[in-house]
Design a protein around this ligand. Structure first.
Ligand code: HEC
Length: 176
């Protein structure tokens, strides 16, 4: 009797175990899936945040650049319209008559005087790169923004470099 029941029970038991195992496998794979998707979601979030941050950082950076870049672009137009005929396209001027802007020590050393000259005109003796000039640059009637723009253009062209961008407020503060 026992011999007969035991194999039967064994079979039952095995089946029961197998069902249990199957259930466990389902549960296990579900837990694994849940865990994996959670961590990948977390990673995605981190990645999204870091790209968001880097976009913000580069946005600030490019905004600063484009402000100056935009001013220089506008200044280039002012230069071709108002300054080029005397100071020439290469900014070298005409020695003895029209002083150079390219590599001009006057422009780099006398920032506010240069703004003043472009805003209100310049007459009287000046020495630029060791050469004496005593000529007339009449005022051209530019507004403060045009003065700032053309200053940014001449201070960033032909190898000239500028530490600080000329702003409209800076031009506004230069008074007669
Ligand atoms: C009609 C010719 C003429 C025009 C146009 C002219 N300039 Fe001048 N510029 C001169 C002369 C001449 C001087 C020197 C004046 C003097 O002898 O005191 C001068 C001086 C300067 C100086 C200071 C000296 C130097 O070389 O660094 C700057 C800066 C300058 N000009 C920028 C400009 C800008 C910017 C424009 C256009 C918005 C302009 N000029 C238009 C003739 C001109």
């Amino acid at each position: 009797m026992v011999i007969f029941i035991l194999p039967w029970k064994e079979k039952e038991l095995k089946e029961l175990l197998l069902i249990n195992m199957k259930n466990h496998i389902h549960l296990l794979s579900f837990t694994l899936f849940f865990f994996v998707s959670c961590t990948s979601l977390e990673k995605k979030k981190v990645a999204e945040n870091s790209t968001k941050n880097s976009i913000v950082i580069s946005d600030n950076h490019s905004k600063e650049k484009t402000e100056l870049q935009k001013s220089i672009m506008r200044g280039k137009n002012v230069y071709s319209g108002f300054c080029m005929q005397c100071h020439l396209p290469d900014g070298k001027g005409v020695p003895g008559n029209f002083p150079p802007l390219a590599g001009s020590d006057w422009l780099t050393d006398k920032r506010s005087e240069s703004i003043y000259a472009v805003k209100f005109g310049q007459t009287g003796e000046i020495i630029v790169n060791g050469v004496k000039y005593n000529n007339v640059m009449a005022p051209m009637g530019l507004n403060d923004e045009e003065v700032a723009d053309v200053m940014n253009y001449i201070m960033n062209s032909w190898g000239n470099t500028q530490d600080q961008m000329v702003t409209v407020d800076e031009v506004k503060d230069v008074k007669k």
